[in-house]
Write a protein that binds this ligand. Structure first.
Ligand code: ADP
Length: 492
């Protein structure tokens, strides 16, 4: 019996592969960077072929690094940046346009008009707020702007996929065109209750059914990766969007458990079990990964720019040489001294949903330094998370007792402590913060009998560090009031 599960984790900034043993321990992980292009203000694109090549290379290098042969891999799990949209030619496998990344705002005006016309009906069916973030308007854009694409799509010559679907199609040599409900629930074309593509939504966006993938279970064999790619045929047995995978990797299997991921954006998810949530606070209802017959749901708050603000300080302003350096720079001053940075570079997500808001730095005095700006950028991640947690508590009517965290930016101790202070709640960081990759591995391992069930996986989860709040309530609330004021000023 093979001894490993391979997880492919295609994020916004990198394509990673990780290998896990029977005890759920990561034995190797390799990553390749993924480049973003910003051809116009508010537009974000990536090369779909580049994503595939980098992902495959990361997988090959991971096996090499671990000294594990492909025949010793029981299954592959796939997790991915969600919503990002690829349309390709069924015959040649060539994308017809660059992938439109989830952050891209090019369809904001279209979505605003649509929201006025059909917003309530779309939200009732999908659990989503009508916004350029989701895939449907991105597909519409490609079909409208690539010459001949509408006709070719109708003729069945084009295929659509999010990154999970694209990678599986490539891995299986075009044999499997599938997605799962967690990804499909982010397209704005799936009825969240039935888990099926919705005819009325397809008509509304004028998207032909022929281009859509089959919606398969998150934890089941969805296809076979061709032997030519990794050296042996391997079943692809787990699929989940990155945030739902992280929820699963954090062992949040039961209603009431929640996590927040600090990556490019911030994504807080609260598992609601078989109960389909309806948000009164502009959060999203979404499908959670399911391993049995019963559909699973989560309530989600999405913030578009979190760690990406740190990237901007590094690459846009040249204030940092590495993201990790932000911690020491922030700690070099005792406070941000009234400086706030609202990173509304692509508008504001939950709970504001203002596609026209733009970023700002406020509260500058002659005494403000690079350190204050860097600190304000890190603090903005925590402020935005507090907005999500407050909305989540209001929606669920329950107070979170702690927050499980993961993602690249949780390496930042200053950010974690400030987050605990600002929420007045403990922040719990697990031993493995790559919970996205881990969650996809779990789904693949459960589907193939590599692991026996949730009870076994729950034993793998361990806290590495708990950050306890130390700030007084008065300080916390006065800082947060300052944030709310800065947000008011950046609204579109
Ligand atoms: P994704 O999966 O969205 O690509 P990751 O979970 O890999 O993201 O996290 C990368 C993000 O975290 C980047 O935006 C980076 O700027 C940020 N980041 C990484 N390390 C740190 C750090 N030590 N302090 C602050 N931000 C960090």
């Amino acid at each position: 019996m093979p001894g490993y599960i391979l997880s492919l984790d295609e994020g916004t900034t990198s394509a990673r592969a990780a290998l896990y043993d029977r005890e759920g321990r990561r034995v190797a992980m390799e990553a390749n960077p993924i480049e973003c292009h910003y051809p116009r203000a508010g537009w974000v694109e990536q090369g779909a072929l580049g994503i595939w090549e980098q992902q495959l290379d990361a997988a090959r290098r991971t096996l090499q690094r671990a000294g594990v042969a492909a025949r010793d891999v029981a299954a592959i799990g796939i997790t991915n940046q969600r919503e990002t949209t690829v349309v390709w030619d069924r015959a040649t496998g060539e994308p017809v346009a660059p992938a439109i990344v989830w952050q891209c705002r090019r369809t904001a005006a279209y979505c605003q008009e649509l929201a006025g016309r059909a917003g309530a009906a779309i939200t009732a069916k999908t659990g989503l707020v009508v916004d350029a973030y989701f895939s449907a308007s991105k597909i519409r854009w490609i079909l409208d702007h690539v010459p001949g694409a509408n006709e070719r799509a109708r003729a069945g010559d084009l295929l659509f996929g999010n990154i999970d679907t694209w990678l599986i199609w490539k891995l299986t040599g075009g044999a499997s065109h599938v997605t799962d409900a967690t990804n499909a629930s982010r397209t704005m074309l799936m009825n969240i209750g039935t888990g099926e593509w919705d005819s009325e939504l397809l008509a509304l966006f004028d998207i032909p059914r022929a281009i859509l993938p089959r919606i398969a279970p998150s934890s089941a064999v969805a296809g076979m990766a061709a032997a030519s790619h990794l050296g042996a045929e391997i079943p692809i047995a787990g699929i989940a969007g990155d945030q739902q995978a992280a929820l699963f990797g954090q062992a949040c299997f039961r209603p009431g458990l929640s996590k927040n991921t600090y990556g490019t954006g911030c994504f807080a998810l609260l598992h609601t079990g078989a109960h389909q949530p309806v948000s009164a606070n502009k959060l999203l209802a979404t499908r959670a990964a399911q391993t049995g017959a019963q559909a699973q749901y989560a309530i989600e708050g999405a913030v578009f720019i979190a760690g990406a603000a740190v990237q901007w300080l590094r690459d846009g302003l040249g204030l940092l040489s590495t993201a990790a350096e932000s911690e020491a720079v922030a700690l070099s001053v005792p406070g941000s001294e009234g400086v706030y940075l609202v990173p509304a570079f692509t508008g504001l997500g939950a709970p504001h949903w203002d596609g026209h808001a733009r970023g700002l730095i406020s509260g500058l005095t002659r005494g403000a330094t690079r350190a204050h700006i860097v600190r304000a950028a890190l603090e903005s991640i925590a402020y935005q998370t507090r907005e999500l947690v407050e909305a989540m508590e209001a929606d669920s009517g329950q107070e979170l007792t702690e927050l499980r965290v993961d993602g690249g930016a949780t390496a930042n101790q200053f950010l974690m402590q400030f987050q605990a202070d600002l929420l007045g709640k403990p922040i719990v960081r697990p031993t493995d913060i790559e919970t996205t990759a881990l969650g996809a591995a779990y789904l693949a391992g459960l589907a193939t009998g590599f692991w026996s069930g949730a009870a076994e996986l729950e034993q793998f989860w361990r806290a590495e560090r708990v950050f306890e709040p130390t700030m007084t309530a008065t300080t916390r609330e006065s800082l947060f009031d300052g944030w709310k004021d800065a947000v008011r000023r950046c609204r579109g």
